[in-house]
Each structure stands twice: as C-alpha cells, then as structure tokens.
Design a protein around this ligand. Structure first.
Ligand code: FES
Length: 87
C-alpha cells in the first residue's frame, strides 16, 4: 500500500506552444494555443488527464488532511489510517 499526498486542487495547464519541440509546428497552427490539463489532484479516473474530479476538493481547508475512497467519498483521515507501526 502506498499513500501519496496531493496538495493541488486543480490541474496543471500545459499549452502545446510551450512544450519543447513546439517550434516545429507551423506557427500559424491553432494547435499551438491548445491546452491540455494534467491531473494534479490525484482523483481523475482518466489519468494523466484531468476529468474534473478535482472540484470535490474545493472546500478543503488548508493544512487539513483529506482522504478520498475510490468512489470519491471523503472520509476522515483518522478513520482511514491504521495506527502507525514503528520502523
Ligand atoms: S486535477 Fe485531478 S481531476 Fe482535475
């Protein structure tokens, strides 16, 4: 089991025109303005792309830990974590 903490509550927005190698695309191409959204909240069901699931993190309070089930239900961290084993 692995716990990964995500602090962002929205995606990384990457403009195609800013990606290395974009200089090879025709400078008149509308593709250069196209933006892709990469999930940074960890909740997308379509990784690496954002699927809008981050919206459920909008009311998170700074400094608090939230845990989401696979069904995207929020549970209290204290009810989720097992007691820590000493290493
Ligand atoms: S940033 Fe994760 S679903 Fe949008």
């Amino acid at each position: 089991m692995r716990f990964v903490i995500h602090e962002k509550t929205g995606p990384y927005r990457i403009k195609i025109g800013d990606v290395p190698g974009a200089d090879k695309i025709d400078s008149n191409s509308k593709l250069l303005d196209y933006e892709i959204h990469i999930c940074a909240c960890g909740l997308s069901q379509n990784k690496p792309f954002c699927d809008g699931s981050h919206r459920i993190t909008r009311d998170e309070e700074p400094g608090k830990v939230y845990v989401y089930t696979e069904n995207k239900e929020r549970v209290k961290a204290g009810h989720f974590y097992k007691e820590q084993e000493k290493v």
